[in-house]
Design a protein around this ligand. Structure first.
Ligand SMILES: O=P(O)(O)OC[C@H]1O[C@H](O[C@H]2O[C@H](CO)[C@@H](O)[C@H](O)[C@H]2O)[C@H](O)[C@@H](O)[C@@H]1O
Ligand SMILES: O=c1ccn([C@@H]2O[C@H](COP(=O)(O)OP(=O)(O)O)[C@@H](O)[C@H]2O)c(=O)[nH]1
Length: 469
């Protein structure tokens, strides 16, 4: 990453993980990526501590860990309910994943979201120095840039969206959609994982707000913002190393022993309705029905740690998935074989690396996903001489880069079933050729490439000039 002499990097995101070494805990890929960028540039990572306090004080807890300074604040119960669980995860998350049937439009959520973003802005503002580069992450914080501007912040501010941008007609159902997009013109740079999400943003801006697009700049009246499609990657080198480490070797051996000669198919996802887990199980069941001769030759290991458990839709998906796994196992299992091993526990990425490597197939079938880092980790963990096959949803952001996977429509049980059969029968030469092409991409377009492209582009933005009072 090209280090700038210009100033520090201030990263702001809802979740802040103290980096304890990228593969030592069950931290997501985003946390790893941001920690790497901060180590490189120096600076501060600000956000919510994940803790609840009786009354918001704005008191910051600073910590320094492995070259990264984190600065976190506690939120009030009401903030958590309205901002995180409410507007972020009951309104925006379903809407941006094309599930308006699940999206809840409540004034209290919108109000709490705005209030919490104002609180974040006031709290972080005194930490910002004139030369700092500010990088705000994700849908929890759309209005934060505008709030910082109101507090006189003239720094270059970039925003990166980690989830899809929905089609215009869907976004138009959100009360206050225009104001939300309007606020995005206070940023200097907007980053999306894919060209598709970027074009959907432009479509809304053009047709609902009268914007014009000139090259990579969107303009509404006298306000403009630069746009960048910048797919996030993983730390491929480190992940490949981790998959040769002790933890990974142990988990690889454990899985091979317990597989007892059968082929393992693996899925690893937060327990989230966007990940298409029910459709995945149904596709796998279709495979068992269409290929009875394969029944005892394979099994599906689905790792699905619970996520956002205080939100009702997440409790529902957990119940329905348990029911579905139980029914499929009840119907097809024998005394010496169960078709699905369904695990609600999270594992460290070292352990996951060994599990990925032991799996003949990586089954990644989200109905919509901003990127999906698991798809990239699965590829990075494979044995180059005998790699497994990645089956990937066309509707994951990762599909724009990973064309050598077996790309499927996750809504079609038949396509999932056919792809499983094709992967199991795939000759070794084809597996190696596909894997090599995928691995080249995962290595080249890694997490450093992602952060560097974004930050270089942000640095090129013209600094804003203080308006005369
Ligand atoms: O913080 P949580 O509410 O527990 O959720 C975990 C993260 O989920 C989302 O991840 C997204 O970012 C990934 C990295 O860019 C991407 O690969 C994936 O497709 C997205 O769903 C969310 O956007 C993060 O903010 C959350 O921390
Ligand atoms: O038990 C688990 C399950 C997942 N992950 C990590 O969580 C991240 C999930 O990222 P992805 O982009 O696939 O989906 P998200 O959960 O962010 O929507 C990946 O780095 C996984 O390795 C983990 O560390 N332990």
């Amino acid at each position: 990453m090209s280090r700038s002499s210009e100033g520090r990097l201030i990263v702001i995101s809802n979740r802040v993980s103290a980096p304890k070494g990228s593969t030592s805990g069950a931290q997501g890929g985003l946390a790893v990526a941001l920690a790497a960028a901060l180590r490189e540039n120096g600076g501060i990572w600000f956000g919510w501590s994940g803790e609840v306090t009786e009354q918001y004080t704005g008191q910051i807890d600073f910590q320094r860990n492995q070259g990264v300074t984190t600065a976190v604040v506690d939120l009030e119960e009401q903030d958590v309910e309205e901002y995180y669980e409410g507007y972020a995860n009951r309104t925006l998350w379903p809407l941006f994943h094309y599930r308006i049937d699940l999206a809840e439009y409540e004034r209290d959520f919108a109000g709490g979201y705005q209030r919490t973003n104002e609180r974040f802005a006031k709290t972080v503002r005194p930490l910002i120095e004139p030369d700092d580069l500010i990088w705000i992450q994700d849908y929890h914080m759309f209005p934060l840039g505008a709030e910082l501007r109101k507090l006189g912040c003239q720094n270059r501010i970039g925003f990166f969206l980690h989830i899809p941008w929905p089609p215009r007609r869907l976004l138009a159902t959100l009360p206050g959609a225009k104001a939300l997009v309007e606020a995005m013109f206070d940023y200097d740079l907007l980053g999306f994982h894919t060209q598709e999400w970027l074009e959907s943003f432009c479509d809304f801006a053009i047709h609902e707000m009268g914007a014009t697009i000139e090259g990579d700049v969107a303009r509404v009246g006298d306000r403009c913002v630069r746009l960048l499609a910048d797919p996030i990657g993983i730390d491929a080198k480190e992940f490949a190393q981790a998959s040769a480490g002790v933890q990974a070797r142990l988990s690889y051996r454990r899985m091979r022993d317990s597989a007892d000669g059968r082929d393992m198919i693996v899925g690893v996802d937060r327990l989230d309705y966007s990940k298409g887990l029910e459709e995945r199980f149904s596709g796998y069941e279709r495979f068992l029905i269409e290929h009875p001769e394969e029944r005892k030759e394979v099994f599906l290991l689905q790792i699905a740690p619970p996520s956002r458990v205080s939100v009702e839709t997440y409790r529902r998906i957990r119940n329905s998935l348990e029911g579905l796994a139980g029914r499929i196992n009840g119907e097809y299992a024998d005394v010496d074989w169960v078709p699905i091993r369904y695990v609600n526990q999270g594992y460290s990425r070292d352990v996951l690396a060994g599990i990925y490597r032991a799996a003949k197939i990586g089954l990644v079938t989200p109905l919509r996903d901003g990127m999906n880092l698991v798809a990239k980790e699965y590829v990075a963990a494979q044995n180059p001489e005998d790699p497994g096959v990645l089956i990937l949803s066309r509707f994951a952001g990762a599909a724009e880069q990973m064309k050598d996977a077996l790309l499927i429509n996750p809504y079609s049980a038949e396509e999932i079933s056919d792809a499983i059969q094709q992967a199991l029968r795939m000759p070794k030469e084809e597996r190696i050729a596909r894997w090599q092409a995928l691995m080249d991409g995962v290595q080249k377009e890694d997490v450093t490439w992602w952060a560097t492209r974004f930050l270089d582009s942000l640095r090129q933005a013209r600094p804003r000039i203080e308006e005369p009072a």
